[in-house]
Structures are given as structure tokens and as C-alpha cells.
Design a protein around this ligand. Structure first.
Ligand code: DGL
Length: 253
């Protein structure tokens, strides 16, 4: 079982920002990634629709012998993680907007959170806010349109700069010193985001912490792959698989 792959799923290519961190930390682990491109974006779907898709993808990843599954999508985590953990025995690692480190390290006590509308409705997000961020002003901004732009490889156009400016300016004007990237698609926009925020704010991407959690959980279950054979990376999609591979070639490899 130790050489079985780690499974990943997302509504599309966004989860590759998490996949990248995991494969950097654990370079000998085999992986299988499923992009639900035909059903992207999730941000506007109902929780019931997302649960149905999550079940489908977990069944698919289990059919590929996944030993652990990374829900590489904040929106799917918000809608489906309680359900998945209650139904499947495989260990899951899930995403959650990294409000806790942002709130702990903020000096201005103003934190911006950019996420999908679905993520802002999640139980975990609200629990984290009340446990760790009650002393902080949180500025929530739904990132409408950003997922679609990243899927299209549109990370550097005048429209995307305009959209980001609209979303980020109110956070900067309110004095935010940390901005949480609460969607796995958004790390691909970091160069564009930085042209707006400069060095004034710290951008928080939870992917490195998620990769650490994957390593810990594999170790706990005795599932780490100790082989030093070149890892196998498989990519699947409910839409056009070549789109995922092209994206990975441009932004990851
Ligand atoms: N990458 C997904 C997330 O982290 C995008 C959700 C969507 O498809 O709207 O939330």
C-alpha cells in the first residue's frame, strides 16, 4: 500500500497549487490528480451538487488505489468534508482558508480573505473565525470570476488586474496587512496580486501547511513511500485532460 498514490481533486486546475507543494515535499510519492473541469466552477453550485461530485471523484481516486485523498479545493471542503469523512475510511486532508496564522501575525489587526462564495458559507471557516480571529477585523471578498480566469490561463491580462484591483483595494484601504488566499486557484494569481499590494501585505497560501499535514498523516498511518524510484504522476479530468496538462506545463513544470 505504501507505493499507492496520493489522490487529489479540485473543480479544475487550482488544486495543482497544492499538488505542487506536496510533490516538492514528498518527491517519491506517486500521485493521481482529478480535475472536475466539466463542472467548474464550484463557487456557484449548491452544497448538494458539490457532495455528488465529491463522491464521484473519491470513488474514482479509490479505484486508482489512493492511500490518502487531498481535497485540494476550499469550496469542496466547505460543502463536503463532513460527509466524506463520515462515509469513506481513507484518510482525507482538506483545505481551509488560513485565517488562523493571518490573525495571529497581523499587526494592524485587519485581515483580508479572498475566497469563493461557497467557502464563506462553510462551517470550518466560521469556527476558525470565532476561535482564532475574534480580535481581528476580517474583510471578506468573494473572488467572482477569478476561478474562470485561472482555468483559461488568464493570469496576466488588463481585465484580471482590474478585477483584482476592485477586490483588493478595499482591503488595502482598510489597513489589511495579511491577505488570505482562500481558494486553491488564487496562488496562480500571486504575481498579479503583488503588483497591486506591493510588499505592504503578506499573502497567505495554506498549501505548504497542507503538504506538511499530508506527510504527518502518511507517517501516522505507516503509509510513507520510502522508495527512491521516480514518482508517477497521473492526471485525469471530467473535461479536457490536455487543458490540465497544458496548464501544468505552463505553471508548474
Ligand atoms: N479551487 C477551488 C477552491 O479552492 C475553486 C472553487 C470553484 O470552482 O469555484 O475553492
Amino acid at each position: 500500500m505504501y507505493d499507492a498514490p496520493i489522490g487529489f481533486f479540485d473543480s479544475g486546475v487550482g488544486g495543482l497549487s497544492v499538488w505542487r507543494e506536496v510533490t516538492q515535499l514528498l518527491p517519491y510519492e506517486n500521485t493521481v490528480y482529478y480535475a472536475d473541469t466539466a463542472f467548474c466552477p464550484y463557487g456557484t453550485k449548491t452544497p448538494a451538487e458539490i457532495v455528488t461530485r465529491a463522491d464521484y471523484m473519491v470513488d474514482f481516486l479509490l479505484s486508482k488505489r489512493s492511500k490518502l485523498i487531498v481535497v485540494a479545493c476550499n469550496t469542496a471542503t466547505a460543502a463536503a468534508i463532513d460527509h466524506l469523512r463520515s462515509v469513506y475510511a481513507v484518510p482525507f486532508v482538506a483545505m481551509e482558508p488560513a485565517v488562523k496564522p493571518a490573525a495571529l501575525h497581523s499587526k494592524s489587526n485587519v485581515v483580508g480573505v479572498l475566497a469563493t462564495r461557497g467557502t464563506f458559507k462553510g462551517r470550518l471557516y466560521h469556527e476558525t473565525l470565532s476561535r482564532f480571529a475574534s480580535h481581528v477585523t476580517i474583510i471578506e471578498q468573494p473572488g467572482d470570476g477569478l476561478v474562470e480566469a485561472v482555468e483559461a490561463g488568464n493570469t496576466d491580462s488588463p481585465e484580471i488586474y482590474r478585477l483584482l484591483e476592485t477586490y483588493l483595494r478595499p482591503m488595502l484601504d482598510a489597513g489589511a496587512d495579511h491577505i488570505v488566499l482562500g481558494c486553491t486557484h488564487y496562488p496562480f494569481l500571486i504575481p498579479a496580486i503583488k503588483t497591486i499590494t506591493g510588499n505592504r501585505v503578506c499573502l497567505i497560501d495554506p498549501a505548504p501547511a497542507v503538504a506538511q499535514r499530508v506527510k504527518e498523516l502518511l507517517a501516522q498511518h505507516g503509509l510513507l513511500n520510502h522508495s527512491t524510484r521516480k514518482a508517477q504522476f497521473d492526471f485525469f479530468s471530467s473535461g479536457d485532460r490536455t487543458q490540465v496538462e497544458k496548464f501544468a506545463e505552463k505553471y508548474i513544470f
